[in-house]
Design a protein around this ligand. Structure first.
Ligand code: BMA
Length: 310
């Protein structure tokens, strides 16, 4: 039995739904607001190959209507324009202290850095800071503080160490430190080439559920899949279980073929009623898809027959 039930009418959003010219719609952050409405901030390639962030609204988390104008673009003026002048990509959103924090990959001649922006209403957005130097991707912020500090997971690039998941802390969201490597890819395993945080972690009674991506190199290019691990509730640097098996791999035609073949890539998962989590993923860097899983089954998978995190 598949752990994730794909929505029968995937893909849920494509470039045809966007009222301005784009080549793709993928790797979206999604939040469910207190009023029950869903907001999606998605990545689209423009026709010059660089990316912007568009925005869409939904009553049910499945049928989204894209707004007339993009939400964030590489040409937006602002204090950090220099660092995002090529592209803004792969947003993640965390709600904490009454605000939505948006982390995104910022591309420029300086490399790939992570920007932090915030909004209260998804109408206006304020750039707060660049929160990494080059080269990092995949920053997800926990929706709670630990001993008064914000915590985030990320994935630095390195020539020396594996492309692993790290944790860092901050008193103010601007200055980050106490960084520690906490989970490695495994040689000759589905995630052997690199791993990276996916959706912002979800609190469960048994730990923080982290849905991450892993990459395997093949003669036909890389394959992006999703996996799960569980972090200790009090000390998120401690990983208490990592599933040995992936939970989702490219299978539908729009996941296997597209702008980049063989990719499922998540930036969002929303806990819903009845122990369900709704997971969103980009298919082949081209379209948005969704599906649901039972939170308890994902947690069990992390704890049953786990592999060591390092
Ligand atoms: C990663 C990022 C993602 C993308 C994936 C597959 O390095 O660029 O945005 O989905 O590659 O192309």
């Amino acid at each position: 039995m598949a752990l994730i039930t794909r929505y029968q009418n995937n893909p849920i959003l494509t470039k045809e739904d966007v009222p301005y010219p784009v080549a793709t719609v993928h790797n979206a952050a999604v939040v469910k607001r207190e009023n029950g409405q869903y907001v999606m901030v998605f990545r689209s390639h423009m026709l010059n190959g660089r990316s912007l962030l568009g925005i869409a609204d939904s009553e049910d988390g499945i049928n989204f209507k894209v707004r007339e104008k993009p939400f964030m673009t590489p040409s937006d003026p602002g204090p950090y324009h220099e660092f995002e002048s090529w592209s803004v990509e792969d947003p993640r959103i965390t709600y904490i202290d009454g605000e939505y924090l948006i982390t995104y990959s910022a591309y420029s001649p300086h490399g790939i850095r992570i920007g932090l922006a915030k909004t209260k209403d998804f109408r206006t957005v304020e750039r707060v800071s660049m929160i990494t130097e080059a080269d990092y991707r995949n920053v997800v912020i926990f929706p709670e503080k630990f001993n008064g500090l914000y915590a985030r997971l990320d994935r630095p690039h390195s020539e020396i160490s594996p492309w692993s998941i790290w944790i860092s802390y901050s008193p103010d969201l601007r200055y980050w430190g106490e960084s520690k490597r906490i989970m490695d890819p495994v040689p000759y395993h589905w995630d052997q080439m690199k791993i990276g945080p996916g959706a912002p972690p979800i609190k469960t009674t048994r730990g923080w559920l982290n849905i991450y991506h892993g990459v395997f190199p093949t003669m036909d290019g890389s394959v992006y899949r999703l996996g799960v691990c569980l972090h200790d509730l009090q000390d998120p640097s401690k990983i208490i279980g990592v599933s040995d098996e992936w939970i989702l791999q490219p299978e539908d035609p729009w996941e296997v073929t597209g702008y980049v073949h063989n990719v499922v890539f998540t930036c969002a998962a929303i806990p819903e009623k009845d122990d369900l989590v709704r997971i969103y993923w980009g298919g082949a860097d081209t379209v948005m898809c969704t599906g649901t899983a039972k939170i308890n089954e994902l947690v069990n998978l992390c704890l049953k027959n786990p592999r060591p995190p390092m």
